[in-house]
Design a binder for this molecule. Structure first.
Ligand code: FES
Ligand SMILES: [Fe+2]
Length: 338
């Protein structure tokens, strides 16, 4: 189900039932708001983020910034006519200019009022995506443990979609081993690297068999999770390795934007030359991305209609659902009841 359906603000009886036991809608963490190449130098973009709009921009020298949308002077929306002037953001209404630290550095009508400060959000650029921090005032953000061997990898596909669901439940699928065979048709799914919960991170690994157009051997999938907004799955197939980045960003209650990125790397020594391999990557990118999206589409009817159960009836081979939920509780205000 897409956001076309979820955009309606009134909550139906059905949705109220879905929401009553659910975790708070906007967990703390890093969440993707754009792909890096969308935000060229001088660009100003508006993004939906945690039930409000924020503005992201890139200065002429290349610094990516994220700010609250409304100018502290008289409330103009900086995403509608705001302009990058060198290293500053200029408001369209009266021309106040703001530095990347958020302070007003110029006002055409006198000394900049000290109270004229833009609300700043922390930004990181990781693996081709721009992440913005959402957290309690004063909390120092943790850093995403991004893969550092990117030079051999090539991004071959990306897309942006809406999903009806809470990010905690969407990420929960990564530890829900039982659904891999039932819903996705993977065979012999086995937990070969039991989960390691380490602060805001989880590491877990599976093997399974999945017939594909190019092979039908045993695939190994390692999953790395940093908070509820950054997930990356690395899959070794007999021919090459794939990285899938499903990046979840809540924009409303049970309304989540999903940035999907796919990278590929050749495995081992291959008889094909570099130029031919590039050609293979280019041609296979859309196919791999479509397979990834098709798999997520299998989950969507479940996500869109399920209810969050505080006390699920977990069977022995279901995977570490309870441990995952205990881990996820760190991303909400202390004492939040759910
Ligand atoms: S509202 Fe932005 S400068 Fe006046
Ligand atoms: Fe799934």
């Amino acid at each position: 189900m897409t956001a076309d359906v979820t955009a309606a603000k009134s909550v139906s009886l059905h949705e109220a039932r879905q929401l009553c036991d659910a975790p708070p809608p906007f967990p703390f963490g890093w969440f993707a708001v754009a792909l890096c190449h969308e935000l060229r130098a001088g660009a100003v973009l508006t993004r939906q983020f945690m039930d409000r709009e924020i503005v992201i921009y890139r200065t002429k020298s290349g610094t990516a910034c994220a700010v609250e949308a409304y100018c502290p002077h008289l409330g103009a929306h900086l995403g509608h006519g705001g302009e990058v002037c060198g290293e500053e953001l200029r408001c369209p209404f009266h021309g106040f200019r703001f530095s990347v630290q958020g302070s007003c550095v110029y006002s055409p009508s006198g000394a900049p009022p000290p109270a004229a400060r833009l609300g700043l959000l922390e930004v990181r650029e990781i693996h081709g995506a721009i992440f913005v921090w959402h957290g309690p005032a004063g909390q120092v953000p943790w850093e995403i443990d991004a893969p550092d061997d990117e030079s051999e990898w090539h991004m071959v596909g990306h897309t942006v979609r809406h999903v009806h669901g809470h990010p905690q439940e969407l990420v929960e699928n990564s530890v829900d081993i039982a659904h891999l065979s039932t819903l996705h048709g993977l065979r012999n799914a086995q937990l070969v690297e039991p989960p390691i919960f380490d602060g805001p991170r989880v590491r877990i690994g599976y093997t399974y068999t999945q017939p594909t157009p190019w092979a039908s051997g045993v695939d190994k999938m390692r999953i790395r999770i940093d908070g509820l907004g950054f997930v990356f799955d690395e899959v070794d197939t007999p021919g090459f390795s794939l990285r899938f980045f499903p990046l979840w960003t809540p924009v409303g209650e049970r309304d989540t934007i999903q940035h999907l990125l796919v990278s590929v790397r050749k495995r081992g020594r291959s008889p094909v030359g570099k130029a031919f391999w590039r050609y293979v990557e280019k041609m296979s990118g859309p196919l791999i991305l479509r397979g990834f999206v098709d798999q997520i589409k299998q989950d969507e009817p479940v996500w869109a209609n399920k209810k969050y159960l505080r006390r699920p009836a977990i069977a022995e081979g279901d995977g570490p659902i309870h441990a995952y939920r205990r881990w996820a509780s760190q991303f909400y205000p202390e004492g939040a009841a759910w």
